[in-house]
Structure formats: structure tokens, C-alpha cells
Design a protein around this ligand. Structure first.
Ligand SMILES: [Zn+2]
Length: 275
């Protein structure tokens, strides 16, 4: 029950609908009185306990999987919710365009940026983190892990992680490993798991052709793949950073939503340590 007008936080901005606003310090502003009402420092404004807006963290907590789960590589996530994990790989091109497209649709995703190009665009990494996007590990070299010795695999994964963290300490990549080219086997799964990573591949993809229009991309992802599945819930969709995909992405997101599917980050897909 709200009396006396709008609810304002410390910043003077409306609290309602401000989920994710880091500037709000709801805990310190809204201390309930013994009668269960929240009083804020503006005369006449009292809020019932039950009316407080829930404040989602800016970034969903990453799954904390035990080793036996880390060892299980997957291509499709949990199918208990109508969510689609959206992953964007490599980051050679059109980083800002893809990020802009996602922001314009209020969609979160997980970015598998190649470690060796991380230092070339710290602005992108920082902006993505500021906006609540997360990164996974796509190794440093983007070489084929299955052609490496276990020591080489571990070094490449570790350097991939370090290159991201060197740009921004928030750019944690664990526990998500996207083996370059999707190339994995039990040895690469083990190398990743030893370091706290699980190989996450995909079951929907296709933006690798030389040319395609936005409409073709939408048809390829939705009509040709999603619509042909018995149950698309929990699917993991792979796209790449490039300009054609950036424009087609808008249609893919709209098309998923028309189908009552919501694209989300991997942390959201695996929320609550789902496996
Ligand atoms: Zn790649």
C-alpha cells in the first residue's frame, strides 16, 4: 500500500521499475519499522513491506558446478523453462553493433571473445560489463584444442582467461568454455574441468556463410531449426560478431519472442546451478 505519492530512492529516482540500478541502496533506505511498514525520509511516504520492488542483481550469478558436472560437455541447456541461451563468439568484428542490437532489445547474452584480441578493444569489454553482459572463455589462440597436448590446452584456456581479466577484473570467464570450432573430446573436457570450466557448445547456429540477408538469417535460425525441434526450451544459440548478424539479430530476437521464447545469458539459462 503506497500513500503520499511516488516512491523515491536515495537518488531521487523512482524505485519502482529500477531493477538493476546499482545506485539504489534499498537495504539502507528501506528499514522496516516494527509495524512492518517502510518509511523513507520523505514525510508522508510509507510503503508496505510487501510492496518493495525486488532488486535483481545486475548480472545473474554464475553456476557453481561440481567437477562431475564440469566434465559433462553439453549442446543444449535445461529444458524446464522457455529460455534460449544466447552466445556470441569470437569478437573480431562489429562488436559495438552486436552489443547495440542486444541493448536495444533488452536482451542479455554471453560473449565468447578470443583472448588474443581482448587487449585490442578494452572499451568494448568495459562497456559490455557495465551493461551487465558476461563473458565466457574462448581460449587465447582460438586453436583446435583437440590437436593440443593436455598441457597446451590448459595454457590456452588459462591465457584466455588472463587476457580478459587483464583488461577488466570483472571479466571472469569461468565456468563457461566454448572450445574453438566446437572441437572437443574427453581430453579437452577434462582439461577444462580441471580448471573450473565446462564445455558449452550449441544446438542452433549458422551465421557462417559468406553472404546472407537478415531475413535469411531469421529463417535459418527460427524456421529451419527452432521450429523443427520437439522442444526448443534450453537451446543454446550460437551467433558471431559481424555486421550482418548484428542486423539479423533483431529479427531473431523478435522471432523468438513471438514463439514465447526468451533469449538469455548462460548464467540465466543455468540459474540455480541447473545442469
Ligand atoms: Zn570461435
Amino acid at each position: 500500500m503506497l500513500t503520499g505519492g511516488a516512491i523515491l530512492g536515495l537518488t531521487g529516482r523512482p524505485v519502482s521499475g529500477s531493477e538493476g540500478d546499482e545506485k539504489l541502496t534499498i537495504g539502507s533506505v528501506f528499514q522496516p519499522d516494527p509495524d512492518g511498514k517502510y518509511r523513507i525520509g520523505i514525510p508522508g511516504i510509507v510503503v508496505d513491506k510487501g510492496e518493495l520492488p525486488s532488486r535483481s542483481p545486475l548480472i545473474t550469478e554464475r553456476p557453481n558446478w561440481p567437477k562431475e558436472v564440469l566434465l559433462k560437455s553439453i549442446r543444449q541447456g535445461p529444458a524446464d523453462r522457455p529460455l534460449i541461451g544466447l552466445t556470441v563468439d569470437d569478437a573480431f568484428l562489429a562488436r559495438g553493433e552486436v552489443l547495440d542490437a542486444l541493448v536495444s532489445k533488452n536482451v542479455k547474452a554471453t560473449f565468447f571473445m578470443i583472448g588474443r584480441i581482448a587487449a585490442s578493444d578494452p572499451g568494448f569489454i568495459k562497456r559490455a560489463l557495465d551493461l551487465g553482459y558476461e563473458f565466457g572463455n574462448h581460449t587465447f589462440s582460438h586453436g583446435d584444442l583437440t590437436r593440443m597436448t593436455p598441457d597446451q590446452m590448459r595454457v590456452d584456456i588459462k591465457r584466455g582467461q588472463e587476457a580478459m581479466l587483464a583488461v577488466d577484473a570483472r571479466a571472469q570467464t569461468a565456468p563457461f568454455l566454448r572450445p574453438p570450432g566446437g572441437a572437443r573430446n574427453s581430453a579437452t573436457d577434462l582439461a577444462g574441468a580441471d580448471m573450473g570450466f565446462r564445455s558449452i557448445n550449441w544446438n542452433v547456429s549458422g551465421d557462417t556463410g559468406a553472404t546472407y540477408t537478415s531475413d535469411q538469417l531469421v529463417r535459418l535460425y527460427l524456421n529451419d531449426q527452432i521450429d523443427k525441434m520437439k522442444n526448443p526450451w534450453g537451446s543454446i544459440l550460437l551467433i558471431h560478431f559481424n555486421a550482418r548478424t548484428a542486423s539479423g539479430l533483431l529479427g531473431i530476437i523478435d522471432g523468438l519472442r513471438v514463439r514465447n521464447l526468451e533469449p538469455v545469458s548462460l548464467s540465466k539459462l543455468f540459474e540455480g546451478d541447473r545442469i
